[in-house]
Each structure stands twice: as structure tokens, then as C-alpha cells.
Design a protein around this ligand. Structure first.
Ligand code: SAM
Length: 310
């Protein structure tokens, strides 16, 4: 929806030199709604609003209301800072499920990771969502030397809270200082949890990118998104539309299909969408063909995550 954000997470936005999109580069509310309707007509049955931070868009309420009228499952990924301002709207238009990003339960680490002092606001808003009956998935990017020692604290939350903690392996994007040594893998995450908890795998759902687990006696669950150590591309049916109207058939795709320009020129976009999807590479955008430990981040041509939308 936008590449603007009220946090500056170092793994998501380059520390220096990032040029935020100007207003006329971003799709308007009308353009988002028009393109969404085209995707739904072509068979898309789930839309996730993300960014940047979707809730910093002033016209978020209008866009959310209009999209909620489409025959589609509407989801939201947010850093949670502005949730309290939108809770009633989200309830009113039938939102049931929210992905909230929170990589640490420590306020100092939060400041280090995000360069903003907003831990308490995000934590309180996570509790509000849970207490208001939303299905909350908490996205935790796990990075060696930063927050892997907090994994079992997050698991502790699931004892009383019906949330799904989603541990995400650290991925390389432009300007985010990715190195293989910082990836805390699926097997390392499981080994860490095993030191304190008994768990079992949950059945795999179609097109699910996360591996899901349940801990005996806990109200919540946990999941792992193992993009780097155990990619799941065969199951992934996601496409991404950037805030400036470019279609990406994979998070790691090098090429993009411009839909905003033809839309502004009044031209049809159906064929462009089909062609883009048909060109999808078998794995990781066709760019990551080696085991992640041999990968050099500089070889990957991509945007930074803040301008793709995760
Ligand atoms: N602002 C919203 C938020 O914070 O959830 C939505 C956008 S954010 C780009 C979406 C998700 O991408 C977040 O959960 C974030 O942690 C994740 N993400 C960003 N950069 C990442 C990286 N390098 N590796 C793994 N996940 C990343």
C-alpha cells in the first residue's frame, strides 16, 4: 500500500539513502481498488495489505472499507503501532485475522532493531487485538546474535495467549547487511524450543508457506517460515503488487511488471498479469540457486523489503 513506515527496522529498510516514493508514484486508493477487483475477477481469493506500514496511509480506512466489499479474504500485516486508531474500523468491516510484527520482547532490543522507542505501544496493541478476539499471528524475524535467545520467551506467550508465533528466517534484500551467519534456521529454532517444550507438527495446509507446530498444553501455536534453509516454493502461490503498482511473481523476482502505467492510460492489464505469473521461476525468483550458506547477498537484484511488501 505504501513504502512509508513509522519504524526503521535495519533488516527491512537500508540505513542510508533510501528514497521514499513520492505521492504520484504510489497507487491511489482508486487504483488499488480497481486492480484488486481485476485480481479477484481473475481468481485471487485472498488479499493481504502490507507495505511499508499500511496503517500510515491516511486513506487506509477508505481502501479497507472498499476492499472488504470484494468477495475475498482480506488480511493485514502491520507493525501494530497504530492499531488502536483502527480497531473499530477493522472490527466493523469484518477483519478477523492480523499479522503483527514484533521481533523482541525487550524494549531496548526493540529500539536497536527498529530505531524507534515504541515497544510498549506495539505490545499493548497486540494484547488489545487478542482481547478483542482477532486471530493474531506474531511475525518474529530471528537473527543470530540479536534475538535468538528470546525464542522460548515468545513460546512462553503461547501458554496463555491464543496467538501463532511465526518465526521467520532472516532474508537478504537490498541494503540490509544480510550474511548467512546471521540466519537462525528452522532446525536451530526447533532445537532451541525442544530444550524447554514438547511440541508436535500440525498438518500442512495447501499453499501454506509456514511449517506449523503445537505445544502440548498451550493455547497458542508456533510456525516457522524457512525461506533460506528449507524453501517451500512448490507450495507458494503468492504474487505481490508493490505500492508503486509493479507486479512481482515472487518475493525474490528480479523482473517486475508495471501495471500502474497501463492502468493510468486506460489500457487492459489482464494479459500482463497472466504473462507475469506464467513467467514465475521454479524457485526463489530464479536468483537463489545455491545453498543459503554459499549465497552472496550482493548477487541478488531486488528491492529492499520495505518497498516490496512482506
Ligand atoms: N509494516 C508492516 C509490518 O511491520 O509488519 C508490514 C511490512 S513488513 C515488510 C512485513 C514483514 O516482513 C514483517 O513481519 C517483517 O518482519 C518482514 N521482513 C522484513 N524484512 C525481512 C527480512 N529481511 N527477512 C525476513 N523478514 C523480513
Amino acid at each position: 500500500m505504501t513504502d512509508h513506515c513509522n519504524l526503521r527496522c535495519f533488516y527491512c529498510i537500508p540505513e542510508e539513502g533510501y528514497l521514499f516514493s513520492k505521492q504520484d508514484q504510489l497507487m491511489t486508493a482508486e487504483e488499488i481498488i480497481t486492480l484488486s477487483s481485476v485480481f479477484v475477477r481473475l481468481g485471487v481469493d485472498k488479499i493481504r495489505l502490507t507495505g511499508g506500514e499500511p496503517l500510515v496511509r491516511k486513506d487506509f480506512p477508505i481502501i479497507y472499507e472498499k476492499l472488504s466489499a470484494l468477495p475475498v479474504n482480506l488480511h493485514l500485516t502491520t507493525n501494530g503501532i497504530l492499531i488502536h486508531e483502527h480497531l473499530n474500523l477493522l472490527k466493523k468491516f469484518g477483519c478477523r485475522s492480523i499479522n503483527l510484527s514484533l521481533d523482541t520482547l525487550n524494549a531496548d532490543t526493540f529500539l536497536l532493531l527498529t530505531r524507534r522507542n515504541q515497544f510498549q505501544q506495539v505490545y499493548d496493541n497486540m494484547l488489545s487485538l487478542v482481547n478483542s478476539g482477532f486471530n493474531v499471528k506474531v511475525n518474529v524475524v530471528v537473527m543470530k546474535g540479536i534475538n535468538e535467545h528470546e525464542i522460548n520467551r515468545f513460546i512462553g506467550l503461547t501458554k496463555f495467549m491464543p496467538v501463532d508465533i511465526r518465526f521467520i528466517e532472516f532474508m537478504p534484500f537490498e541494503g540490509n547487511y544480510w550474511v548467512a551467519a546471521k540466519v537462525f534456521t528452522l532446525s536451530e529454532i526447533l532445537a532451541t524450543i525442544q530444550t524447554e517444550f514438547n511440541f508436535e507438527a500440525l498438518p500442512h495446509e495447501k499453499n501454506e508457506t509456514a511449517k506449523r507446530f503445537k505445544i502440548n498444553g498451550h493455547r497458542g501455536t508456533f510456525s516457522i517460515i524457512s525461506t533460506m534453509s528449507a524453501p517451500f516454493c512448490g507450495d507458494c502461490n503468492r504474487i505481490r503488487l508493490t505500492a508503486d503498482g509493479k507486479l512481482k511473481n515472487c518475493l525474490f523476482s528480479k523482473s517486475e511488471t508495471d501495471l500502474r502505467t497501463p492502468l493510468r492510460e486506460g489500457k487492459p492489464v489482464d494479459e500482463l498479469i497472466r504473462d507475469c505469473i506464467l513467467q514465475k521461476s521454479k524457485m526463489l525468483g530464479g536468483q537463489i540457486n545455491v545453498h543459503y550458506e554459499s549465497l552472496s547477498a550482493e548477487e541478488i537484484k531486488n528491492r529492499s523489503m520495505i518497498s516490496i511488501g512482506g
